[in-house]
Design a protein around this ligand. Sequence first.
Ligand code: AMP
Length: 420
Amino acid sequence: MSFQAPKGTFDWLPPRSERVLAVREALAAPLRRAGYGYIETPVFEDTQLFARGVGESTDIVSKEMYTFPDKAGRSLTLRPEGTAPVVRAVLQHNLHNGQLPVKVWYSGSQFRYERSQKGRYRHFWQVGAEALGAEDPALDAELIVLGARGFASLDLKQVRLLLNSLGDKNCRPAYRAALQEFLRGLDLDDDTRARIEINPLRVLDDKRPEVQAQLAGAPLVVDHLCADCRAYHEEVRALLTASGVTFEDDPRLVRGLDYYTRTTFEFVHDGLGSQSAVGGGGRYDGLSEMLDGPPLPSVGWALGVDRTFLAMEAEGLLGDDTAPRRVQVYGVPLGDDARRRMFLLVDELREAGVSADLAFGGKGLKGAMKGADRSGARFALILGERDLAAEAVQVKDLATAEQTEVPLAQVVDVLKEKVQ
Ligand code: AMP
């Protein structure tokens, strides 16, 4: 059997691949307008960056990383998320010594060895944004609004925003202790019991119905927020409301990464079944210090491009993409001299802003005209030996079958006019 893409991965092929590029662009556009600069970090990093930054007790680090030794024996990991690499880059290049907050966005592949299913892949794409070095509820609200604007610009109607606060280093310990006490009294398996001691908030995120049923009376972090965290959260909520971005308070929202503090949020889509999160993020005030940096209170999010695409499909927003309009003009050269001339003409058209392709592989008239039809072009340019001698080319309108002769010297201008 021939090769297949590895399990949990897939190929983006034309014409859908064009649409996914457009989705990435649309999610990034609001960030650019808000002064976020583009950052690109390596696809692999020192394994310890994720072990420390994301947290040893998380599923990502304990089960899902693609870790390998390089030829010199260093342990490297394909990035499972973008925040720890961005913080690493900011610290390494001292960006935090300049204007704060440092605002950056990224777009790239992430890798997690997950159980693959629809909407959950081992290689997927995120557009992400991070604002580092400011503790300001307006910054949390700004990022959330920019995410919501990105989804709205794609005409998505069924994206809901869930919002919570996880408290900070002052109030979270007391909450954590209260939660642990509650959880220790439940009937849970050994793995989950172990998790109570390491990362009890994550138990709230357990999706199994038998666990969820027991969690009904669990203490909620909102009831344990200190005055500062409460005021901060109220301000974020007020700014979102004033911006017209609707949200739902979700006191049980915790996220799979260890570094979150205060504001946490998730964008979910109701048409996606169990893998409903199309994006998420929050504030991570302690991450920089976990990576040996100075205190750098920060907030960020990552939106899942593949799932956003599925959400658009679920809402019927992709339309019919079986008949792509790939190019506007298609060259049909007949004979070797004509092929050389057509090669140059197509180049001239492209340089003039007209998309153009030509028949390759020495096809005859019939085969080349079939290519013209398939290309989605509106006009075919037919160039035979006799046309060449007359310094002219036949321009065939493929919609009306009308054919006119145009001097070669004028055809670029004529087509520029026609395709507008
Ligand atoms: P996270 O980095 O886990 O907060 O994820 C942020 C967003 O990335 C999620 O809301 C999803 O839309 C997307 N995402 C996370 N994991 C996967 C995956 N395995 N496959 C596809 N998309 C994912």
